[in-house]
Design a binder for this molecule. Structure first.
Ligand code: Q9C
Ligand code: ZN
Length: 706
């Protein structure tokens, strides 16, 4: 009940200092400045005090919200060694002024009295609100939870760290201006958004709510505010799931000036999987978020959307949160604050928390388990959300109209399904989910190796690479016979055999990513792809930007998937594994290019699930550095971050920005995107329609309704 003692505070401060000192001993590059190290850090905020309240009476609805949620999450971070890698930031109490940014004075004054209430008073007070309980210490914890979110915002906005996560109780996203609700007392993330805008003058804040419940409190707070974009997906079941609100549906898009800045994705069935989540990210959240261009990303990080959760009943694996996190980390220059909301399965919760924090720390994401297309119900939701928002976002302008039949009659659907409800309840207890523990993510000792001509300096933090051993005689013979016509070209032979050695080390997970400046990009690409796909028998995703001769013979068997961005109209599409993306006016249409990356390349890449990505940049690519860095950054979510970038020798100025992205730095923001060129939109949409038969993750409408 009493805030942390002086000794506690000193200890916390001391441990923070130690963490920073410890990090200083591990500079990333030789001449790494202090601020650079700090910028790379990840904050973790936790205080045991927030475990010190609990349900004091019998209530089946509230019994899942237990102190152990926090202790198991924190212990998992300690035991995995992740906590040691974070900068530990102390909590503070949110002040009255902080809380009043979102809540009414009357409500705050009422909550202030709860520490002095008797058990009977507390029970009575609790009855004024829905699905929440009070305890004499919850007011103190609620101030710490909101304060933790504010400490996180301060740490990120002052550049002390790049990003971070706050482990808090009570959660926040259901609480409203004058009401506690759904285990929440103060709206931690809503307060943090207002605070960030006020204190740091931010113009745009994105809130991503991946908790399985609708954060109606956040929606109400910002529904008329165009400076805060709120995205939430949530179990809905056509209003049959708590909190049973019509305004949780896809057609609540925001009001007045805020129209278009509230994005609801209702899940109308339970059992949603990784593909459903990724599909919504690729086809709704990311395009809108990139167009919005936030200055800061806040995540309502609830993990009741993971498998095994008794509330969500979804089937997404804990490692999907690595991808959701990764996909947000190139927005807002990497400024991301995740604040815990729900999560009630004491096994999947800590696993999901670890996946999130490890990704914030910059470790490559694990390969997502076999993805197929989204389920029909998810497609229906996707279709509806995109249709509801097409008038507000130019990235969705071309989206299909709302289906006229079926879905618009959602209330009839609700009535129809009414009968089958009871049966579902009984089945619940019998189907305990089991899933494998996510494998330990081992980060290669070398993050980024570079193969550069002698005159070109090795970028900070990278390792210059040349094959130490003499190349295998068979490999040399193959190189000479198939790639090098000039038998005396020793320099080229050295480069190519270095590339092959690099690929082998990536394959063995000794090196994460690579970058090579080569004289002949086409030849290097052929050689790399042939080795990885044929000799090592790996699936390789080849992404080419600009005109380059692409290996076509190799694509038949599915060992390689080639996606080529160019401005040349390519007549035919040879097979499902060779995909020309034609942007006639070139890649200078940043919006069009990003549309292709988010809506085509990422879903293709995720569905294909390569073990190596070869990213090829031709000198005529026409891409500016920031767009190129976004592409490089996003692609590292695939193949466990095994990306090999090939560039032509002349492109020396591009080495540093590329290396920075490969090392895990956030790409610079692109600015608010304008509408893509209509002819590009049309071309991309035609391509997507053609490909969606083969690639299910490209679908954006339910079968028979598009
Ligand atoms: N089974 C958070 O996750 N009870 N709050 C719903 C339906 C309320 C969840 C009852 C659940 C509140 C932060
Ligand atoms: Zn929840």
């Amino acid at each position: 009940m009493i805030s942390g003692s002086l000794i506690d505070r000193l200890l916390t401060n001391l441990s923070t200092t130690c963490t920073v000192l410890y990090q200083k001993q591990l500079p990333r590059g030789k001449n790494c400045s202090c601020t650079e190290i700090m910028k790379m850090g990840t904050a973790m905020i936790y205080d045991e005090e927030m475990t010190k309240y609990k349900l004091l009476w019998v209530d089946p609805v509230c019994k899942i919200e237990v102190p152990e949620r926090l202790t198991v999450s924190h212990e998992a971070l300690m035991e995995s060694g992740l906590a040691d890698r974070c900068v530990s930031v102390p909590v503070r109490e949110a002040t009255d002024a902080d809380i009043l940014l979102v809540h009414s004075e009357e409500y705050l004054e009422a909550v202030k009295k709860t520490p002095y209430m008797t058990l009977e008073d507390l029970k009575e007070f609790t009855l004024k609100y829905g699905d929440v309980y009070f305890h004499p210490n919850i007011y103190h914890c609620a101030k710490l939870a909101a304060g933790a979110a504010l400490q996180l915002v301060d740490s990120v906005m002052t550049g002390k760290v790049r990003n971070g996560m706050a482990l808090v109780r009570p959660p926040g996203h259901h609480s409203m201006r004058s009401a506690a609700n759904g285990f929440c007392v103060f709206n931690n993330v809503a307060i943090a958004a207002r605070y960030a805008k006020q204190k740091y003058g931010l113009k745009r804040v994105l809130i991503v709510d991946w908790d399985v419940h609708h954060g109606q409190g956040v929606q109400y707070c910002f529904e008329e505010d165009p400076s805060v974009l709120y995205f939430s997906w949530h179990r809905y079941e056509h209003q049959k799931f708590w909190p049973h609100l019509p305004e949780s549906d896809y057609d609540s898009v925001g009001k007045d000036k805020g129209a278009g800045f509230n994005v609801n994705v209702p899940w109308n069935k339970v059992g949603m999987k990784n593909s459903d989540y990724l599909s919504v990210f690729c086809h709704v959240l990311l395009p809108v978020a990139y167009e919005f261009c936030p200055d800061l990303v806040l995540v309502c990080a609830g993990f009741d959307s993971a498998i095994g959760d008794p509330e969500g009943e979804m089937c997404a694996s804990p490692d999907i949160f690595a991808h959701l996190t990764h996909l947000l980390m190139n927005l807002a220059g990497g400024k991301l604050c995740a604040v815990l909301e729900g999560g009630y399965n004491l096994t999947s919760l800590p696993q999901s928390v670890c996946q999130t924090v490890q990704t914030l720390l910059g470790d490559p994401a694990p390969s997502p388990a076999s993805l197929h297309g989204p389920c029909e119900s998810a497609l229906e939701s996707l279709h509806c959300v995109r249709a509801a928002h097409k008038q507000y976002w130019s990235c969705l302008k071309h989206a299909a109209e709302l289906p006229t039949s079926e879905i618009s009659t959602k209330r009839i659907k609700l009535a129809e399904e009414e009968e089958s409800t009871e049966k579902g309840e009984e089945e619940k207890s019998s189907k305990e989910q089991v899933w494998p523990e996510p494998p330990k993510r081992v980060t290669p000792p070398i993050r980024t190796a570079v193969v550069l001509p002698d005159g070109v300096a090795c970028p900070d933090g990278c390792e210059r690479f040349s094959s130490s051993e003499d190349p295998d005689a068979g490999i040399v013979r193959n190189l000479r016979e198939n790639f090098l016509r000039d038998a005396d070209d020793d320099a080229a032979l050295t480069t190519l055999s270095s590339l092959i050695a690099l690929i082998e080390k990536m394959e063995k997970n000794e090196i994460c990513s690579g970058l090579a400046l080569v004289r002949d990009v086409s030849m290097a690409m052929m050689c790399a792809v042939q080795h990885a796909a044929t000799a090592l028998s790996r699936r390789v995703l080849v992404v080419c930007v600009g005109d380059v001769v692409v290996p076509s013979a190799d694509t038949e068997d599915g060992k390689t998937l080639v996606v080529q961005f160019s401005n040349k109209e390519s007549d035919e599409q040879k097979c499902k594994y060779s995909i020309p993306v034609c942007l006639k006016k070139g890649c200078s249409d940043v919006s069009g290019f990003m549309q292709a990356v988010l809506g085509l390349l990422l879903p293709l890449g995720y569905e294909y699930d390569p073990s190596l990505v070869v990213l090829v940049r031709m000198p005529d690519s026409g891409l500016c550095d920031s767009v190129w860095q976004q592409l490089t950054g996003l692609l590292q979510g695939l193949a466990q971050g095994h990306t090999l970038v090939l560039m032509q020798e002349g492109e020396k100025t591009c080495v540093a920005p590329t290396a920075s992205s490969l090392l895990g730095d956030a790409a610079p923001p692109l600015g608010q995107l304008h509408a893509p060129l209509p002819e590009h939109v049309e071309a991309l949409e035609r391509l997507r329609l053609r490909l969606q038969a083969d690639w299910k993750l490209l679908q954006t409408t339910a079968p028979g309704t598009g």
